[in-house]
Structure formats: structure tokens, C-alpha cells
Design a protein around this ligand. Structure first.
Ligand code: KIV
Length: 276
């Protein structure tokens, strides 16, 4: 145990060319396993809307949802930095509301940092940083607004788009963001951003050219219920194992094989005799 992964510790790892590992988690048990596996950062992502709450998009996820799940994760882990997503509608209305909501995720939720989506928010990131709130910027594909605007597409696929992403990342760096997550960014554009920006660049679907990677836990475990993006590598088939285990349990209940003596508590023999 070496204590919490701070911004400085994470930056040092990047300076030493160590890749940063981030994974999402939304509950106590999965956060425990993520810490045991040695991840650097846990993202309480608003992807919880898709993979845990059953919504089609992340738009319905509320501050109360985020707080509920961030609290569960923060009760579990000591070392990984916890980054909580600011959900749709929690930072767009006014700076005051955004700052208040970010502080709630840190103060009540137990996160060490927040993440928000979009290149237009560098002035807000500056305000938050001034108030001591560590912000991870999220650029590239922006799931909160993708369904409303241009859909789920790879970003930075031509020279102009690649430089636009670099400019957006520079604005976030200047504004005081401590790291940038880039989602679904073309390989060469991701390389350019990582070379040009001194902050840790965490990629998802953005090639190995980043300083670190993040994946949605349910995707990497093979237990997501909807569409699995092309960039996801499944490291297990936990969904199938869960289904099989529950199927066997159901069969054993129906056949009377479970619970057997081993999984029951018997009285002492002489005590049992007194019953009949
Ligand atoms: O909510 C989420 O899980 C994300 C992904 C891009 C990692 O933001």
C-alpha cells in the first residue's frame, strides 16, 4: 500500500514512460477487484447508465445516480485515483452549478477528480481548477451529446480534424485540466495529441499512442448487454459464466439437489430426536 495515486504520482509515471491503467467501476465489489488488480485510476463513468441502469444513452444519468455509485466505489478503494463523471445537465447550465456539482462528487461522493465532456468547456475547467477541483477533460467522441448531434463516429480522421483536437487539448491544458481522455480518435491524431500535450492522455478506442488506457469494465469482462464497440477487447466471458452458474443453481433448486446437507445447518442429533 503506497497511498492514494495523486496527480503528481500519475504524472511521474507518465514521465517515466509507464502506461497508466484506468477502468470503470460502479459498485463496491468491482472496485475492490479493480484495486486488487493494480489499476492506477478508477472511473465512475456515466456509462453506468448503459451497463448498469439499462438506458440507451448516458443522458438520463443524474447527479444522484453518480453520487450513489461514486460513494460505493470510494468505500472500496484506497490507492487508485477515483474520477467521477459529471453527468449530462450537471455542468452546462452555469459555472456556479457546475462547481457545486463537481464539489459534491468530491466532498460527498469521495472522488478525487471529475471528468466532463467537450472542447467548449475550457473556461469552465479554468474556473474549476482555480477553485481546486481536479478536472479530466474528455475530447473526441462525446457520448453525452453524440446521440443528439453527429452520432458515434471516429474523430480526427483528417489533418484539419486532428489539429482541431490538438488545439482543444491545448486549451484544456492551459485551463488547468490534469489529464485528458480521448475517445475514438484516429491512431495518428492520438499520437499527435500525446506528443504535443504534456498532460497524461488516456485513450479509449484511440490506439496505443496514448499515455494510458481506459475501458468500460463490463465490456472488458464480456458482460455488457448491448452493442460492444470494435475497439473493445474482451479479456473474459463473465456474462456467459454468470448465466451458466445461475442456470445450474436453478436446475439444482428444481431437482432438490440444492441445498444439500453441506449447505444446511443441522441440530445436534439428541436435540433433533426430541422433535419427534
Ligand atoms: O463513462 C465512461 O465510461 C466513459 C468512457 C469513455 C470510459 O467516459
Amino acid at each position: 500500500m503506497t497511498g492514494r495515486n495523486t496527480i503528481c504520482k500519475l504524472q511521474k509515471k507518465v514521465d517515466n514512460k509507464e502506461k497508466l491503467v484506468m477502468v470503470t467501476a460502479y459498485d463496491y465489489a468491482s472496485a475492490i477487484f479493480a484495486e486488487k488488480a493494480g489499476v492506477d485510476m478508477i472511473l465512475v463513468g456515466d456509462s453506468l447508465g448503459n451497463v448498469v441502469l439499462g438506458y440507451d444513452t448516458t443522458i438520463p444519468v443524474t447527479m444522484e445516480d453518480m453520487l450513489h455509485h461514486t460513494k460505493a466505489v470510494s468505500r472500496a478503494v484506497k490507492e487508485p485515483m477515483i474520477v467521477a463523471d459529471m453527468p449530462y445537465g450537471s455542468y452546462e447550465v452555469s459555472t456556479e452549478e457546475a462547481v457545486r456539482n463537481a464539489m459534491r462528487l468530491i466532498q460527498e461522493g469521495g472522488a478525487q477528480a471529475v471528468k466532463l465532456e467537450g472542447s467548449q468547456w475550457s473556461p469552465l475547467v479554468k474556473e474549476m481548477s482555480k477553485r481546486g477541483i481536479p478536472v479530466m477533460a474528455h475530447l473526441g467522441l462525446l457520448p453525452q451529446t453524440a446521440s443528439l448531434w453527429n452520432g458515434y463516429k471516429t474523430c480526427g480522421r483528417d489533418e484539419t480534424a486532428a489539429w482541431a483536437l490538438v488545439e482543444a487539448a491545448e486549451a484544456m491544458e492551459e485551463a488547468g485540466a490534469f489529464a485528458i481522455l480521448i475517445e475514438c480518435v484516429a491512431t495518428e491524431a492520438a499520437k499527435l495529441i500525446t506528443e504535443k500535450i504534456d498532460l497524461p492522455i488516456i485513450g479509449i478506442g484511440s490506439s496505443a499512442n496514448c499515455d494510458g488506457q481506459v475501458l468500460v469494465l463490463h465490456d472488458l469482462l464480456g458482460m455488457s448487454c448491448g452493442h460492444t464497440p470494435k475497439f473493445v477487447k474482451q479479456y473474459a466471458q463473465i456474462g456467459e459464466q454468470i448465466e451458466q452458474a445461475i442456470r445450474t443453481y436453478a436446475e439444482e433448486v428444481r431437482s432438490g439437489a440444492f441445498p444439500d446437507a453441506e449447505h444446511s445447518v443441522a441440530m445436534a442429533e439428541d436435540e433433533a430426536k426430541r422433535l419427534y
